[in-house]
Ligand binder design. Structure first.
Ligand SMILES: Nc1ncnc2c1ncn2[C@@H]1O[C@H](COP(=O)(O)OP(=O)(O)OP(=O)(O)O)[C@@H](O)[C@H]1O
Ligand SMILES: [Mg+2]
Length: 211
């Protein structure tokens, strides 16, 4: 069983959106996939999956809520891939996910307000013994400015931590898709889906390298 942890100490950066995106695309690739919804307060992925089922959207996704990483792992053998959707402001859980996951994805906005805490989290995880090679920052909710995007990429480059070259754009279409149980590359707009597809393909390739 492979596992991906989608984590960030910051709220609202796109953790649950990324977890849902990876889950749908892994299911399409015929991996037996489950989202472990560790955000039991909000249950974002759980509620989304309920909308997905109500709207009869395929592929069907398994989502289960767990109060702890340990409990989740105990009950998740038999899956090809599990995706941890982490809670914000959850220092202990964030570290636990990072210790068990094969790949760690940290979604981050392009502003310094978002980038700086993301890098701090990388430092923190590294100082706790997490292998930096498995940590990847994913630029998420990226606006339409090419200049801003490139500056964010340069910042990440200088930090020395890994980041994905592709990104998830900020789009109303993505919010609308999520509202109806679809994921970020199942929007009504082909160009949005294509941009998001590149990001999820890059993540999938990374998982592939880890097998
Ligand atoms: N690429 C995007 N474009 C537009 N809206 C987005 C995008 N990604 C996420 N959103 C919206 O931003 C909000 C937060 O997204 P999401 O739930 O994925 O973040 P999160 O990091 O899981 O938040 P939390 O820390 O509260 O768990 C949601 O309303 C979601 O619909
Ligand atoms: Mg969330």
């Amino acid at each position: 069983m492979l596992s991906i942890g989608v984590i960030s100490q910051k709220g609202g950066v796109g953790k649950s959106t990324t977890a849902r995106l990876i889950a749908v695309n892994s299911a399409l690739a015929e991996l037996d996939t489950k989202i472990i919804d560790l955000d039991i307060q909000q249950g974002t992925c759980t509620a989304w999956n309920s909308r997905r089922m109500q709207n009869n959207i395929t592929p069907h996704i398994s989502v289960e809520q767990f109060p702890s990483v340990r409990a989740a792992i105990k009950k998740s053998s038999g899956y090809d891939l599990v995706i941890f959707d982490g809670s914000p402001h959850a220092t202990k859980q964030t570290l636990e996910v990072s210790q068990v996951a094969n790949l760690i994805v940290i979604p981050s906005g392009t502003s310094l307000d978002d980038l700086e805490p993301s890098i701090l989290l990388c430092h923190e995880l590294k100082s706790k013994g997490v292998n930096r090679d498995k940590i990847y920052i994913l630029l998420s909710k990226v606006g339409s400015s090419e200049v801003e995007l490139n500056e964010a990429k340069e910042y990440l480059q200088r930090s020395g931590y890994n980041h994905f070259k592709n990104y998830i754009p900020e789009k109303t279409a993505i919010r609308r898709a999520l509202d109806s149980g679809r994921c970020a590359n199942e929007t009504d707009y082909k160009s949005v889906n294509e941009t998001v597809q590149k990001a999820v393909d890059e993540i999938a390739n990374k998982i592939g390298e880890m097998v």
